[in-house]
Design a protein around this ligand. Structure first.
Ligand SMILES: C[S@@+](CC[C@H](N)C(=O)[O-])C[C@H]1O[C@@H](n2cnc3c(N)ncnc32)[C@H](O)[C@@H]1O
Length: 254
């Protein structure tokens, strides 16, 4: 509680924190959303990797193992517990397979996905990551832990991190992007309105080839509504009992 109060009065954090509290009153559609995700689930993610490129998947498994060892070793020095990462193997695989260059993610936390994305970019020899996050206000000095896993790893030339929250960080990222986004991964506040808002802000940099991944689509009906309204081809994968939705893949898979 002490940390929440201290962070509330910091910089402009109170605006984001108030908005987050208000979002708790959004209609709860998690039961319908989970049912829809289960009904629309595709093959397992491993089968997907094998069907796209089984040779690359064998290589990726080795590369991801070394990334995990690096991250676990680094995080063990912190003596704090953080939530696990998003499905970073999927992000890593897609970037390696399709040589994705302009990558935007929301939700960094300790930085599992940021680390995997930056490692994939490095392996490919090109690419840039734009990340948006907002400090976990339950921690003391939360800013210093954001992206911890990917910091001090010679990433400064390939990474822009803005921790003012999606409403402020995403417009800044749009300003900085010269070209369209190749891959967008949404893993921040997870509310229906947060997802709508992020897509709205990034809209001018998204085209039909942009691969868009939403984590935790079982939280609300946003992904279902989005693909139905826009007549998008999509895939749903189950990951550790949760579901993620992807659009933009079909055009990329030859
Ligand atoms: C699930 S974690 C992200 C995990 C990360 N992708 C990884 O793999 O390590 C969600 C993050 O989103 C941040 N967040 C929550 N609301 C946000 C907002 N409105 N704007 C930006 N980030 C937000 C949280 O503080 C947290 O750091």
């Amino acid at each position: 509680m002490k940390n929440i109060i201290a962070n509330f009065f910091k910089k402009n954090y109170y605006l984001v924190i108030l908005k987050k509290l208000l979002k708790r009153f959004e209609k709860n559609t998690s039961v319908e959303a989970k049912r829809w995700a289960v009904e629309n689930k595709n093959q397992s993610i491993e089968d997907f990797f094998c069907s796209v490129d089984s040779k690359l998947y064998e290589q990726v498994k080795i590369e991801i193992k070394s990334i995990q060892e690096f991250a676990e070793n680094k995080i063990s020095k912190l003596n704090m517990s953080f939530g696990g990462g998003g499905n970073y193997i999927l992000l890593y695989f897609l970037i390696r397979k399709f040589n994705l260059i302009n990558i935007v993610e929301t939700g960094v936390a300790a930085g599992w996905t940021s680390l995997a994305i930056l490692k994939a970019i490095k392996k490919n020899g090109k690419g840039f990551l734009y990340s948006s996050d907002f400090p976990y206000f339950r921690l003391e000095n939360p800013e210093k832990y954001i992206g911890y896993l990917a910091k001090n790893d010679n990433n400064e030339n390939n990474w822009f991190l803005d921790i003012r929250g999606d409403d402020v960080a995403l417009p800044e990222i749009v300003k900085r992007l010269d070209n369209n986004i190749d891959l967008f991964h949404y893993d921040s506040d997870k509310s229906y309105s947060g997802r709508v808002n992020a897509l709205k802000i990034l809209n001018s940099k998204i085209n039909s080839n942009t691969i868009i991944i939403f984590d935790d689509i079982q939280n609300n009906l946003h992904f279902k509504d989005y693909v139905e309204k826009n007549k998008k081809k999509f895939r749903v994968f189950e990951f550790e009992g949760k579901f993620l939705g992807i659009v933009g893949l079909n055009e990329n898979i030859t």
